[in-house]
Design a protein around this ligand. Structure first.
Ligand code: MN3
Length: 196
């Protein structure tokens, strides 16, 4: 079984004018696809071939001799998850149990957004901002490069890719503007709630 590149859950131009089809063309068609190609090459003929992505990630996490495998496998997982975190006409407010939990653990939705924006803005260099659940509590985290919640005992609920390739064509150096638009216009709260 090889790892495959999943289709985007919407058309390439569906997130315009916020994220352009050109960005998604490169981000999904080139960046995400390259991680898929790399991981398949790296696991071919090894005891990792045939395992699913999550099993590969957990098996090589923390093994510095397998950092290349970890990075490529985790980036495949992160990107697939990220596509689902957005939808056309997203944003707005979560509802039900998710909103209650955000209010309980952050104080308010605005407080959560503030923390999330801050994590995204202060991740130095490449990485990801996350909403995770850990020990029954919601929290905001950030990770560098390919690192991801599942290897830290956390469950991922939402992520924003803050590698420059995610926003440079549309926002240039304005990462905070991209994250603001992500939260206000793109977040797929139904997907976030389904991860809870
Ligand atoms: Mn990316």
């Amino acid at each position: 079984m090889s790892i495959t590149l999943p289709d985007l859950p919407y058309a390439k131009d569906a997130l315009e004018p916020h994220i352009s089809s050109k960005t998604l063309d490169f981000h999904h068609g080139k960046h995400h696809n390259t991680y898929v190609t790399n991981i398949n090459k790296m696991i071919e003929g090894t005891d990792l071939a045939g395992l699913d992505l999550e099993a590969i990630i957990k098996k090589v996490a923390g093994d510095s001799s397998k950092a290349g495998i970890f990075n490529n496998a985790a980036q495949v997982w992160n990107h697939t998850f990220y596509w689902h975190c957005m939808k056309p006409n997203g944003g707005g407010q979560p509802s039900g149990a998710l909103l209650d939990k955000i209010n309980a653990d952050f104080g308010s939705l605005d407080k959560f957004k503030e923390e999330f924006k801050n994590a995204a803005a202060t991740q130095f260099g490449s990485g990801w901002a996350w909403l995770v659940e850990e020990g029954g509590k919601l929290k905001v985290t950030k990770t560098a490069n390919a690192d991801l919640p599942m290897v830290h005992g956390q469950k991922a609920l939402l992520t924003c890719d803050v590698w420059e390739h995610a926003y440079y064509l549309d926002f240039q150096n304005r990462r905070p503007d991209y994250v603001g638009v992500f939260l206000e216009n793109l977040v797929n709260w139904d997907f976030v709630a389904s991860n809870l």
